[in-house]
Design a protein around this ligand. Structure first.
Ligand code: SF4
Ligand code: FES
Length: 257
């Protein structure tokens, strides 16, 4: 694998594109401001007993998902240079490690042995999931994301009911924003994964939406809580697809699939 190392400062917005031509171990690279390139070794690891060939230093979460091995995740994005690591859902057990680790921050090494269904890892993931559900309005029958919602997939995988009562339910009552011509934003359904913020701030460098406040009050909003429809994000249909739950949904049928 070609690892792109940009040692410039965080404020330097260098861009790059890498395309791997499968089976040829050949890469087309179009760099703008890349300072170092390093060729990584092919290695073998084991996930749930399955031997997998990958490249040293790849992120364990993507290696597993690419092999069809599901690990719950909400905040991870392949394009992100540094993992966000905020949702705490992607725990796995790695042989030799004392505690479960987050797969989105773990780099693979030769001979690594990973269990995605270890009891300790599942317990942590379930707790994180049930905490998210404790302030998520579960109303799948009326939610446009139903069927493609990541929470539904996770509930099935973790064997947790969406209407779990393990933690006291505390719902927010924030205004639903219908001001964009293309999308509806319901902050009450937001799980604070940060993907939309990354899209707006990092990918498109618009900066119209971001996190505001702390703790239970934390939510994604615009500067001064102005309506989305008046912001530069109003036409960003990618918000609909990047949002893993029903917080951003399209006004046109099927937009969120
Ligand atoms: S609105 Fe959606 S994408 Fe944005 S932080 Fe909330 S859940 Fe994540
Ligand atoms: S996907 Fe790993 S912490 Fe969110």
């Amino acid at each position: 694998m070609l690892e792109l190392v940009d040692s410039s400062s965080a404020s330097c917005r260098s861009e790059y594109r890498v395309r791997r031509l499968e089976n040829l171990n050949y890469y087309w690279v179009k760099p703008i401001g890349i300072l170092n390139l390093r060729l990584n070794e092919k290695i073998h690891i084991f996930i749930d007993g399955k031997e997998i060939e990958c490249f040293e230093g790849e992120i364990l979460l993507w290696v597993a998902l690419d092999q069809g091995i599901y690990i719950p995740n909400l905040c991870a994005l392949r394009e992100r240079r540094e993992p966000f690591g905020g949702c705490r859902l992607c725990f796995v057990e790695v042989e030799g490690e004392d505690f479960p680790v987050t797969a989105c921050t773990k780099k693979v090494k030769e001979g690594m042995v990973v269990q995605t269904k270890g009891e300790r890892a599942l317990r942590l993931s379930r707790t994180a999931f049930e905490l998210i559900l404790s302030n998520h309005p579960v109303d799948c029958a009326h939610c446009l994301k139903s069927g493609s919602c990541e929470l539904q997939r996770m509930a099935k995988h973790l064997k947790v009911k969406l209407n779990t009562k393990r933690f006291k339910k505390i719902l927010r009552d924030l205004p639903i924003d219908e001001t964009s011509p293309l999308l509806t934003y319901d902050p009450n359904k937001c799980v604070l994964c940060g993907k939309c913020v990354w899209l707006c701030q990092e990918k498109y460098q618009i900066g119209a939406i971001g996190f505001a406040y702390r703790g239970f009050q934390r939510w994604v909003t615009t500067f001064n809580n102005e309506p989305i429809g008046g912001s530069e994000c109003r036409d960003l249909v990618e918000l609909i697809t990047i949002c893993p739950v029903g917080a951003f949904v399209g006004k046109q049928k099927g937009a969120e699939k």
